[in-house]
Design a protein around this ligand. Structure first.
Ligand code: GDP
Ligand code: IMO
Ligand code: MG
Length: 426
């Protein structure tokens, strides 16, 4: 059976977790394919909130198998702690499996993430400081340790010895930091963590293919988002993996022909955490209103998110980059009571109108948004569950988005709870 990808179309925190959870009702496997615990995916069910970082957002159903794919970078202490916290709240995590090929986030990755950010000073990226970039860098440099190394203490120690010599030299000589103790790391990873993680390790590629062959439904859950993609995002203000739908193939081990549905998640406005260009960013009273009404503070870092109007130039590009087949819009309720709404329909730079995201980053940094203004609505949408009950202005807002990006909006969420959404499916 075909696979479905859920992908963020903006700069993250679009509500991927809540839609993955909603769609997981009909899924057998839910697979995270990239990123790590830089993600924060919040799901609310009947008023009870769950914030997931590494565990796939299908975990709340007893019938799904949550899979952490080979493309993810895993801090195994975070994984164990997250599973324990879920178990303590009555969520069964015993079906969770993790790929042996997934790379490990090690203590020196955190040190290097922090030290690099510090040394960048005012040019810092504003990373989540979770060691994500350094872990992916080691993967590319072929000096990373993998989940499967936890199963072989001799190999683990050998690899750690070699890599730690280099890391400690860099920490001490470049960043003037203290060296890390290899024995302590080995004790933690092999002594405490390996026995807890070992039962979760599986051949996830075979598991996913067997499920597809048996006619089961597989969902691939993206973390981060299109414009944080290492290749397609606003480099260098990006994360170090490929959240775009192509990354779902690499990060899970399936081919592109298996994917038939790509659900692009878009917030009804836009937010961004951390540094980087953001053409439709707003400030002042409207920004405060979006942040406060939308509770735009990071799910796990608590940072205030930067808000802006919905950018249709970017969304159109995201539809292309990911082969988005439908859009699920979130947080439509947050726009209630704004007297007028703006949609960024094009950019202006150097006296020219641009309908596409400029390939030259310097241009993107200086573009000015060209807005179309639409009527707002005053009604509270949080109890709306049918299209007919959406105010006309809200329907027009959605229709304009569809017209601009060329794919249908199939869902509009009007509150954080699993049931707070409108479906446009026929
Ligand atoms: P993700 O990283 O893409 O999964 O998104 P996050 O969970 O980090 O951020 C989305 C936030 O918006 C979470 O706090 C959700 O509970 C909340 N949320 C999701 N959909 C809606 C919605 O339609 N309306 C409102 N008001 N909140 C929503
Ligand atoms: P979810 O899955 C929003 C941002 C960071 C920073 C940049 C690089 O919840 O949407 P990193 O720690 O990955 O090296 O940081 O990427 N970032 C996110 N922003 N949502 C996320 O995840 C993010 N994960 C990373 O703020 O700008
Ligand atoms: Mg998030």
């Amino acid at each position: 059976m075909p696979a479905t990808v859920v992908v963020g179309t903006q700069w993250g925190d679009e509500g991927k977790g809540r839609f993955t959870d909603l769609l997981a009702k009909d899924m057998d496997l839910v697979v995270r394919y990239q990123g790590g615990h830089n993600a924060g995916h919040r799901i609310v069910v009947g008023g009870e909130a769950f914030s997931l970082q590494l565990v796939p957002s299908g975990v709340l159903y007893p019938h799904t198998i949550p899979v952490i794919g080979n493309g993810v970078v895993v801090d195994p202490t975070v994984l164990v702690a997250e599973c324990e916290a879920l178990e303590a709240r009555g969520v069964d995590t015993s079906r969770l499996v993790v790929s042996g090929n997934a790379h490990l986030i090690m203590p020196y990755h955190y040190e290097l993430d922090r030290a690099t950010e510090r040394s960048l000073g005012k040019n810092k990226l504003g990373t989540t400081k979770r060691g994500i970039g350094p872990a992916y860098a080691d993967k590319a440099a072929r000096i990373g340790l993998r989940i499967q190394d936890l199963l072989d203490p001799k190999i683990f120690r050998q690899k750690l010895d070699v890599v730690l010599r280099e890391k400690n030299a860099v920490l001490a000589k470049v960043f003037n930091r203290l060296a890390l103790d290899g024995e302590e790391i080995a004790q933690l990873y092999l002594g405490e963590i390996a026995p807890r993680v070992a039962p979760m390790i599986a051949d996830t590629v075979t598991l996913i293919h067997d499920a597809l062959d048996a006619g089961k439904q597989v969902m691939l859950e993206g973390a981060q988002a299109t414009f944080l993609d290492l290749d397609h995002g606003t480099y260098p203000y990006v994360t170090s993996s490929n959240p775009t739908a192509g990354g779902a193939c690499v990060g899970s081990g399936i081919g592109p022909r298996e994917i038939t549905r790509v659900v692009g998640i878009a917030k009804a406005y836009v937010t961004r955490v951390g540094a980087g260009p953001f053409p439709s960013e707003v400030d002042g009273a409207i920004a405060d209103q979006l942040v406060e009404r939308g509770h735009e503070y990071g799910t796990n870092t608590g940072r205030r998110r930067r808000p802006g109007w919905l950018d249709l130039v970017m969304l159109r590009h995201a539809v292309r980059l990911n082969s988005v087949s439908e859009i699920a819009l979130t947080k439509l309720d947050v726009l209630s009571s704004l007297s007028a709404l703006r949609l960024c329909v094009a950019y202006e730079a150097d006296g020219e109108r641009l309908d596409k995201v400029p390939y030259h980053q310097s241009v993107l940094h200086r573009v000015r948004p060209i807005y179309e203004e639409l009527a707002g609505w005053s009604e509270d949408l949080t109890g709306v569950t049918s299209v007919e009950r959406l105010p006309r202005a809200a329907r027009e807002y959605i229709a304009r988005i569809e017209q601009a990006v060329g794919v249908p909006v199939t869902f509009a969420a009007v509150g954080p709870d699993r049931d707070q959404y409108v479906s446009f499916a026929a």
